[in-house]
Design a protein around this ligand. Structure first.
Ligand code: SF4
Length: 251
């Protein structure tokens, strides 16, 4: 919604293709201006958006005033968008005592009058969370093949979604590209995708991130396994190290 005209044009196109669920996840920052948010919500509805998740938790609301997501939710309900819900990230649960989850619980209580459901997800231990929230995570097993990542499911054997980055990179999982949409047609990348076509995805499906650690050792990279909380954490970090050695798997 930094580029609302583009987002609305995409939703319209998706609706024309008769894709039944047209969903947007947003931090609701477009609710800043009360008059503007009403117009935007009507346009989103008109373009076919039918499912809207608005992120509200201690992490997002460090940076965004509570009124913005509240305005976005209320305007969307008034515009008739069918499924409007809060999208909430917790470390443990809403009842947990840690400072983030306690704050998130408070935020949801404040937003209760809006009257919509809250979809609760656990924070996935990758990216900056591995540094800033490390005291809250326990290590889980690093052994075994990639089984998918929590919100999406098995992403390599039978991917159901892709992520297109602003750079054009078309990712089947975090920073795991099929190619670049500015260079190759998207339809070609999708129809030709097979996890056996790349050494990286083949190892991940057969052995998992530990297999990537073995490959990285061949290139003289060493990984201290006790520093990694989960398979996805290890996978993303080993792939960064492998990128210069296997550029064909990243283009
Ligand atoms: S990050 Fe790696 S291990 Fe995790 S789901 Fe994606 S490909 Fe599989």
């Amino acid at each position: 919604m930094l580029y609302p005209k583009r987002a609305i044009a995409m939703f319209r196109k998706v609706s024309q293709l008769e894709i039944p669920r047209v969903e947007m996840l947003t931090n609701g920052v477009w609710g800043k201006d009360k008059a503007e948010v009403e117009k935007l919500a009507k346009k989103l509805k008109g373009a076919g958006l039918n499912t809207l998740g608005i992120s509200v938790d201690a992490f997002h609301l460090q940076y965004i005033p509570l009124d913005y997501p509240r305005n976005a939710a209320e305007a969307s309900i008034r515009a008739g968008i069918e499924n409007v819900a809060w999208n909430v990230a917790v470390i443990e649960s809403l009842d947990a005592l840690n400072e983030y989850d306690a704050k998130t619980n408070q935020i949801l209580k404040t937003l209760q009058p809006v009257g919509i459901e809250a979809h609760i997800h656990k924070v996935v231990c990758v990216g900056r969370a591995t540094q800033t929230l490390r005291e809250y995570f326990q290590q889980t097993s690093l052994e075994g093949p990639c089984e998918g990542e929590p919100p999406i499911g098995n992403v390599l054997v039978s991917p159901e979604s892709i992520c297109i980055e602003p750079s054009g990179s078309v990712d089947v999982c975090w920073h795991l590209p099929l190619g670049n949409a500015k260079v190759k047609p998207l339809s070609q990348m999708i129809s030709k995708y097979d996890w056996r076509n790349s050494i990286i995805t083949e190892i991940l499906v057969k052995e998992g991130p530990i297999g990537l650690v073995k490959l990285a050792r061949v290139h003289k990279h060493r990984f201290k396994l006790h520093n990694y909380f989960a398979k996805c954490h290890l996978c993303i970090e080993t792939r960064k190290a492998l990128k210069p050695h296997h550029p064909e798997a990243y283009s």
